[in-house]
Write a protein that binds this ligand. Structure first.
Ligand code: NAG
Ligand code: NAG
Ligand code: NAG
Ligand code: NAG
Ligand code: NAG
Ligand code: NAG
Ligand code: NAG
Length: 527
């Protein structure tokens, strides 16, 4: 057996960080299975990391996070994040949850330039104490319970979009102060609660018929800008619960709506050119005795404010981007027939920890290629009657590949050459020819034998001249022509012998040719 470890390469993936001392930089896609991450994490552009819970134990993370790729935490079970500093330039998918009285997601400073997505369905409070700046999209998707978005005293600075998808479940989302040029986009979000006694100068975009609760006392600068899609309506619930219809005035030149309730008054920017039939005052009873509310309806030419048009369409971004944990695949064995034997290919996997501290999956591909030796050449002879055909079969090595394993491009293969003696031949019978010399008739015997020429069977020719001339001349002198029988035996050299009998005249011979050796006996008679 030949053993050939032909390729060795790495496909990427991950398993558990055994030891992390000074923070990790994610430079390839991986999942990490650890319940406590007390290190700083940097995710490079183009890569993703999923922090997965160990069984039912939530992840607890308290290092700084700088994400330029895809950062996912707690998607198999929730986790908590408590960092000094979080900067997100990429995409973060988090499933956080309050645990034991502490907030699910908290940081001193948070800067979001990308997508910060809190995925269904568990989400706890989001609390940033130092600086909370959103220039991208914060997406709160179908929270499984009440959510409070808490910023520093000066307020969350939202210059991007905060999109809240409430789902069909009626839950509360509440905001602390939030300022900036951005937009809060409520989609199916029932009863969001906004405290106007804190700084709040955001645009609110509410595409689905919606109740929104505002409490005060309202700061002078906290005037919500409320916008709706064309021909839709929303309910503005103001002040504390009380069963009383509010009064209101609307200025169609400034777009301002003033609502007065027993505890005070509220002012909203609801847009220009509405008419009185687009307002309706009543009491909205969501809980308790009800709350004073105004229903407002939009114009048919209403447009979405530009600051609500998010740079990232959250509906088109999915958590599919998060690396998923895969079990190490079982070794894969492939067999292919090869020269009467079998080549075996085994692809196996193992997890290793690289020098950079990141886990990796090592893929090893091994080929077991049987060896073979060249057979000796052989000759085979085919005889058909007098025709003899000879074949010489010889072997050599060539290269090729197997369709199943085309990567093995130079596999040795057995090549065969068959040389056929293409001209059939037989060994002709011997014959004689006669000629005259010194008035004597002399015979020649021409006979054939098999031989090899350039390694191939061939016909050889032997010519024997029966040079009895002189002797016969002498004889005829001694014996009158026609009366004396002279006989003489000749034994030729080589493999042939001949027996020659002279009779009567010198012109006539009877020649017997007898082969010696193993060949066929041949008898020729010449008159
Ligand atoms: C994480 O590893 C632990 C053992 O270390 C295991 O019990 C658990 O199932 C793993 N979690 C995941 C999500 O694979
Ligand atoms: C989450 O926020 C809500 C509303 O502000 C508050 O009642 C609750 O105590 C907070 N939870 C935690 C764990 O801080
Ligand atoms: C909201 O307030 C902040 C800070 O006071 C200010 O920078 C921003 O321009 C205001 N936004 C709007 C829409 O008035
Ligand atoms: C605005 O309101 C005034 C009276 O309050 C009314 O005369 C005017 O037609 C209104 N303009 C529009 C565009 O509705
Ligand atoms: C008020 O606005 C509604 C909705 O745009 C429209 O149907 C209605 O005709 C308007 N009424 C007046 C008096 O302009
Ligand atoms: C790594 O993950 C990112 C984000 O999901 C993805 O775009 C990229 O194709 C992945 N790269 C590899 C080598 O799997
Ligand atoms: C051969 O025979 C002829 C006549 O038949 C004769 O003339 C001649 O001399 C002879 N030659 C010899 C060499 O005997």
């Amino acid at each position: 057996m030949l053993f050939c470890q032909c390729t060795l390469y790495v496909v990427g993936a991950l398993y558990s960080l055994t030891q992390v001392a000074y923070g990790i930089e994610i430079t390839r896609n991986m999942t990490v299975n650890m319940s406590t991450i007390d290190t700083d994490v940097i995710v490079d552009t183009g890569f993703g990391v999923s922090f997965l819970s160990q069984g039912t134990v939530p992840i607890s993370m308290d290092g700084d996070i700088t994400n330029s790729g895809v950062f996912c935490l707690g998607l198999t079970n929730f986790g908590t994040i408590s960092s000094d500093s979080i900067t997100n330039n990429g995409q973060m998918f988090l499933q956080t949850e309050d645990i034991a009285g502490s907030k699910g997601f908290q940081a001193t400073n948070l800067l979001n330039n990308g997508l910060l997505s809190f995925t269904p369905s568990s989400i706890g409070n989001i609390s940033i104490t130092g600086s909370f700046i959103n220039k991208g999209v914060v997406y709160i998707n179908n929270p499984g319970g009440p959510v409070a978005l808490e910023g520093p005293t000066g307020g969350i600075v939202n210059d991007g979009v905060v999109k809240v998808y409430g789902g069909p479940v009626s839950e509360y989302i509440s905001f602390s102060g939030i300022v900036g040029t951005g937009c809060i986009y409520f989609y199916y979000s029932y009863s969001p609660n906004i405290d106007l006694s804190k700084p709040f100068n955001q645009t609110i975009y509410a595409p689905i018929n919606l109740w929104m609760s505002f409490t005060g006392p309202q700061l002078a600068e906290s005037i919500p800008v409320v916008r709706l899609p064309p021909d839709t309506y929303a309910y503005l619930l103001v002040g504390p619960q009380i069963y009383q219809v509010p009064t209101y005035t609307y200025n169609n030149v400034t777009g301002m709506l003033h609502i007065t309730v027993p505890t005070g008054s509220f002012i909203f920017d609801v847009g220009l050119n509405l008419n009185s039939s687009q307002f309706y005052a009543g009491t909205c009873k969501n809980i308790g005795v009800g709350t004073p509310c105004i229903k407002i309806q939009s114009n048919s030419n209403a447009e979405m404010p530009s600051n609500c048009q998010a740079s990232i369409d959250v509906d088109k971004v999915t958590t599919n981007l998060c690396p998923v944990q895969k079990a190490l695949p079982a070794p894969l064995t492939t067999k292919a027939s090869y020269e009467g034997n079998t080549i075996t290919k085994i692809v196996s996997y193992e997890t290793t920890l690289d020098s950079d501290g990141l886990p990796n999956t090592l893929t090893t591909t091994e080929y077991f290629i049987p060896s073979f030796s060249l057979p000796s050449p052989y000759t085979t002879t085919v005889t058909n009657g007098l025709l003899t055909q000879t074949e010489v079969v010889s072997y050599f090595t060539t290269t090729g590949y197997l369709p199943n394993l085309p990567e093995l491009t130079t596999l040795p293969y057995l090549g065969t050459t068959t040389s056929t003696i293409s001209v059939p031949f037989s060994i002709p019978h011997p014959y004689t020819s006669t000629f005259t010399d010194l008035n004597m008739t002399v015979s020649e015997i021409i006979s054939y034998y098999s031989t090899l020429s350039n390694g191939r069977p061939a016909t050889g020719t032997t010519t024997k001249t029966l040079t009895a001339t002189r002797y016969i001349t002498t004889t005829t002198t001694d014996y009158p022509m026609g009366t004396t029988h002279i006989s003489k035996d000749y034994t030729s050299e080589g493999t042939w012998s001949s027996s020659v009998t002279y009779s009567t005249a010198v012109e006539t011979y009877i020649i017997k040719i007898l082969s010696t050796g193993t060949g066929m006996e041949t008898l020729s008679t010449i008159y």
